[in-house]
Design a protein around this ligand. Structure first.
Ligand SMILES: C[S@@+](CC[C@H](N)C(=O)[O-])C[C@H]1O[C@@H](n2cnc3c(N)ncnc32)[C@H](O)[C@@H]1O
Length: 294
């Protein structure tokens, strides 16, 4: 499916679009049995895999994320793209009439004053996630301790909620709905020798003041260590593994037996614009890369 140019439906924190050329170098020569992405998020690497390795991978790939609303959205896009489009149009009217916080309140089932309101479910819930993502501050996804989506309104005059053509392409190119999973990253059955797995977990914070800290919330050092052990196990089983993370000393130390590449990406990790710039991130390479001559 060369040059299909599918765009992710959502902006997602840690989105990999800018880094794809650096990551692609380590899979474009492979002929994996199947592709697995345990931390799917916005899924930009998946769409590149279809482009580079061939769109038959859409039949065999497994995509997964622990975020239940995100995964339900992808399942709904796969099965009922027309319903999502129609529902987004209705919600857009409500957004223009009643505003961002009206939609956010119904997504949460409680308004800003703490009063319980009808909670969106089904297709309307999935569609509202698209609308919130397009209209909230910086396209962030963040929930508070009670699990309520608490990102404030963004400052857009006339935000574009949906690209219909792109949504149909996404629907057509997602894996079958049974292969769109909502599990812990290390609970995916059926990963075998000759499969390719790309891990893009919440990043370990570079410093305790870094705004990544709040995002990494319940993905602390214990989870990073669990992930490293799982990555090592799959590597030893002959799975082609790749993993992105921040360039923190902790990450360097736990993956010290692997080849670690530095890649550069522009990210707003600090609210002071003067400190925005290109910062290194790590790409950790499975042993299969050593066997390939660059
Ligand atoms: C850095 S983002 C992935 C970004 C993605 N590669 C992209 O290009 O948009 C990390 C994702 O991991 C998910 N996640 C966090 N903890 C998880 C866990 N324990 N198991 C599976 N997914 C998890 C989050 O919901 C989030 O979508």
């Amino acid at each position: 499916m060369k040059n299909k140019n599918i765009k992710p439906v959502l902006k997602w924190v840690g989105g990999k679009r800018e880094l794809i050329p650096d990551i692609r170098v380590y899979y474009e020569f492979l002929n994996p049995n199947k592709y697995v992405e345990p931390f799917f998020g916005g899924g930009s690497v998946y769409f590149d895999i279809l482009n580079v390795l061939g769109d038959s991978h859409k039949n065999t790939s497994i995509i997964n994320d622990v975020n239940v609303d995100l995964i339900q959205l992808y399942r709904d896009i796969k099965v009922s793209p027309n319903d999502i489009i129609n529902c987004c149009k209705e919600l857009e009217k409500e957004y223009h009439k009643y505003g961002y916080y009206h939609i956010r309140s119904h997504f949460n089932g409680v308004n800003r004053e703490g009063v319980v309101v009808d909670k969106y479910s089904g297709i309307i819930r999935s569609s509202s996630l698209i609308l919130l993502n397009r209209t909230c501050f910086n396209g962030l996804y963040r929930v508070n301790k009670k699990g309520l989506f608490n990102v404030p309104q963004g400052s857009y005059k006339n935000p574009k909620i949906l690209d219909e053509d792109n949504l149909f392409k996404v629907s057509d190119n997602l894996p079958p709905v049974e292969q769109i999973l909502n599990k812990q990253f290390d609970n995916i059955d059926d990963i075998n020798k000759g499969d390719l797995v790309y891990f893009d977990p919440p990043y370990h914070p570079l410093s305790t003041t870094s705004s990544f800290t709040s995002y990494s919330g319940n993905f602390g050092e214990e989870e990073q260590l669990r992930l490293m052990k799982y990555f090592t196990k799959l590597n030893n089983d002959g799975v082609y593994v790749l993993l992105s993370n921040s360039s923190s000393p902790f990450i360097k130390s736990i993956y010290n037996s692997f080849n670690i590449i530095e890649v550069y990406c522009r990210r707003n990790i600090n609210s002071k614009s003067s400190s925005r710039g290109k910062i290194p991130e790590y790409l950790i390479l499975g042993d299969y890369v050593k066997k390939h001559k660059f």
